[in-house]
Write a protein that binds this ligand. Structure first.
Ligand SMILES: Cc1ncc(COP(=O)(O)O)c(C=O)c1O
Length: 366
């Protein structure tokens, strides 16, 4: 099923930069314009309906990603929610991180001077994690579901099994390069927390995100807070104690409303259809890039793959790709692309046509 017509993409542009930021559906942009107009109309009262509006956003997030609404927290981005979460965990905890994971994930462990060890990311990622858990016995495992440079995706069946075998291990994930690409059932995922920003694969622009918490982790954090008095003011009477941390102030309803519109769009499209489309075009891209020896060896060696692909050509080609209206980004040892709902086989053909003029094989110019 074609989806590109649901987005405003000029015919000259090949948009492959979703790992940087995604494109809003047309319907979403229309909603924003109308909302902005009504919001500032003094005859209306949208500005006074913030709590009820944000509650409806929480409900829609909970519905699509299968999490109880009381454990959904709206945040301005991934990093805000994640930093709040870390500060609610005992400082004695030991953390297991992945080498070269996104800095927003790893650096808050470093700057808090917490105890941690890192695991190498290669084609045997899951085995490396198991070995490190046996040896280091961490309290918390932290990882991005999809790595931002290489596109390496953790095997989600592995996470479910890991949690079953280690119920006390707290597993925290960054879903920013993942949520919006396939169906995801948070409460059955094995994760204790999944946070995200909305501006990439959720196609919701900047200034919105959320954090989902498991029942286990919610209870654990609430136990730590049990002796603190609840807010006494009537206007905060309905806030849960955890909300006073994750959602301490007023939220931007335009931005969170945009996220809500994207979620409704994904719901209507069907995340299983999104997955099917992405799978079809990224399988084609992987196959063609593998033929040209342009994939990372660690990616070639894995059956679990994402649609974030690091093409192993010298980053100097970025200028020429940009001149050809290919939107992508230099990252790590190559050029990063992402394939989403609005991309087509033709986008890949166009990219391959340009790559083929470079006369390259692997990272070696001929
Ligand atoms: C894996 C990952 N997590 C999170 C983010 C963004 O986090 P934030 O919006 O909090 O800066 C990015 C952005 O590139 C990312 O790649």
């Amino acid at each position: 099923m074609p989806f590109k017509h649901l987005f405003d993409i000029p015919s000259s542009i090949t948009y492959l930069n979703t790992p940087g930021n995604g494109i809003l559906p047309k319907s979403n942009r229309r909603w924003r314009e109308e909302r902005e107009r009504r919001f500032f109309d003094l005859h209306g009262d949208l500005r006074d309906q913030q709590p009820a509006f944000i509650q409806s956003v929480r409900e829609d997030i909970g519905k699509i990603f299968k999490a109880c609404t009381t454990r959904v927290f709206c945040t301005p981005n991934f990093s805000f929610g994640y930093n709040v979460l870390l500060d609610r965990l005992p400082s004695s905890y030991k953390y297991l991180l992945l080498d070269e994971d996104y800095p927003s994930l790893n650096y808050p462990i470093v700057n808090r001077n917490l105890n941690y060890k890192t695991v190498k990311i290669d084609e045997h990622l899951e085995q490396n994690i198991l070995k490190a858990i046996r040896e280091y016995q961490p309290d918390v495992l932290l990882l991005s579901i999809v790595q931002y440079i290489t596109g390496i995706k953790i095997d989600l069946a592995f996470i479910r099994q890991l949690k079953q075998d280690n119920p006390k291990l707290i597993i925290i994930a960054d879903g920013t390069q993942f949520l919006g690409t396939e169906p995801f059932h948070f409460d059955q995922s094995g994760f204790d927390a999944v946070g995200t920003s909305g501006y990439k694969w959720l196609m919701a622009g900047f200034g919105n995100g959320f954090m989902l918490l498991s029942e286990h982790l919610t209870n654990l954090m609430n136990e730590e807070l049990h002796d603190r008095p609840s807010p006494k003011e009537a206007m905060w009477a309905s806030k849960s104690m955890l909300q006073t941390f994750f959602e301490p102030g007023h939220q931007d309803t335009l931005s969170h409303g945009t996220l809500q519109q994207s979620i409704l769009f994904l719901q209507e499209t069907g995340l299983e259809n999104v997955q099917k489309h992405i799978h079809s075009i990224s399988a084609f891209a992987h196959e063609e890039l593998a033929k040209r020896n342009l994939l990372l060896p660690a990616v070639v060696g894995r059956s679990v793959r994402s649609s974030l692909i690091n093409i192993q050509i010298a980053p100097k080609h970025y200028t020429d790709l940009t001149a050809n209206d290919i939107k992508c980004f230099p990252r790590g040892t190559g050029i990063r692309i992402g394939l989403h709902l609005y991309n087509t086989h033709w986008d890949i053909e166009k990219l391959l046509g340009i790559l083929d003029t470079y006369n390259i094989q692997g990272n070696y110019e001929i």
